[in-house]
Design a protein around this ligand. Structure first.
Ligand SMILES: C[S@@+](CC[C@H](N)C(=O)[O-])C[C@H]1O[C@@H](n2cnc3c(N)ncnc32)[C@H](O)[C@@H]1O
Length: 328
């Protein structure tokens, strides 16, 4: 039977508290968490769920259990009384898990279940025709270098985030600065699709997403000098020596990044990995188009999912900024 594991250190009652109100509307279906009943020890809860499909209500329960050994929360169907066999139960688990993740900063859906939780079969795929726009750009249909004004339908500064993951930074930044145009370059399909879902749900019309490898995209598809800021938060560190060539930040990547940003524009880089930080900063500093810039204390990257997780673990976070000092 399907389940989702949420990695967290928050007590179950806090997660439940922040779940309300939980209502998701999709086409002719409404998903609602009616109530949650917590056990006296606080380790278990029953969530009473209601799905109204085309006006017909169906009620079922989910079991939430906080494991004592690692604090993770497991969300699964409540097996007795017998459950409605519709896949709606699985969908509700995914929605509930996602809502918990959104509601509480340290919650993350475990890697082993992320595919299941966000698999195409049970997720809401917004119909671009119905909602009138689609933030996920069909890259193959766009020829040559991207015309920002055409894809955003307006002028404005463009900021790019590379490897947005679940979109913690992107969603918050785009909501806080509606006047700026944001682009996410995300290579992994499940994250790009997850991001699209979040962007449409928040109706962030200033966001676009491309599913692409960031290095070649910056070099070949971005008009040189057309980007105000480039955000790179917690890129995969690939710590094993034989995997180093997979790292995002290489001299070729830095040259493409420096070419993409406008004079005075910035690259913001954050990682928890000290060795990657040392190697990457040396690569940035070797590029004569860039100069190191001061890092303000309160930086937006504290909104990324990885930063929340690593801060909770007490890891040191390394930050750097570079400014383009040469003309286009
Ligand atoms: C470790 S996660 C960090 C996610 C997010 N920035 C955060 O801090 O929570 C790295 C992300 O970069 C994406 N990624 C890795 N290599 C990439 C590349 N070459 N181009 C675009 N995205 C990439 C991965 O799919 C993943 O979503």
């Amino acid at each position: 039977m399907s389940h989702v594991v949420l990695q967290t250190s928050s007590p179950l009652h806090e997660l439940i508290d922040e779940l309300e109100p939980f209502v998701v509307r999709e086409a002719d279906t409404v998903w609602r968490l009616r109530d949650a009943y917590l056990s006296s020890g606080g380790q278990h809860a029953l969530a009473e769920c209601l799905v109204v499909i085309a006006g017909r209500p169906r009620r079922f329960f989910l079991h939430l259990a906080q494991r004592t050994h690692d604090g993770a929360v497991v969300v699964r169907p409540y097996a007795s009384p017998p459950l409605d066999p519709l896949p709606s139960v699985k969908r509700m688990i995914a929605l509930l898990a996602e809502a918990m993740e959104r509601a509480h900063p340290d919650v993350e859906i475990a890697h082993s279940t992320i595919r299941e939780a966000f698999s195409d079969r049970y997720r809401y795929q917004p119909d671009p025709q119905q909602i009138g726009w689609d933030p996920l750009l069909p890259l193959d249909a766009l020829a040559g270098r991207i015309d920002w004004e055409a894809i955003y339908g307006r002028q404005g500064e463009v900021e790019i985030e590379i490897g947005s993951g679940k979109g913690g930074f992107l969603i918050a930044a785009a909501a806080q600065r509606p006047e700026a145009n944001f682009l996410s370059i995300e290579r992994a399909r499940p994250y790009a699709v997850h991001l699209r879902d979040r962007v449409t749900r928040h109706d962030l019309r200033n966001v676009r997403i491309v599913r692409a490898d960031a290095g070649p995209f910056l070099a070949e598809r971005v008009v040189p000098g057309s980007v105000r800021a480039l955000h790179i938060y917690f890129p995969d560190p690939w710590p094993k020596k034989r995997h180093r060539k997979r790292r995002l930040i290489s001299s070729g990547f830095v040259a493409a990044a420096a070419q993409a940003i406008e004079p005075g524009g910035e690259i913001r880089f954050v990682t928890d990995h000290a060795k990657y930080f040392a190697a990457a900063t040396a690569t940035f500093e070797a590029n004569s188009d860039l100069a190191a810039a001061p890092v303000p204390e309160a930086e937006m990257s504290d909104l990324t999912n990885y930063e929340r997780k690593y801060r909770a673990e007490g890891r040191t976070i390394h930050r750097a900024r570079y400014r383009r000092v040469t003309p286009t």
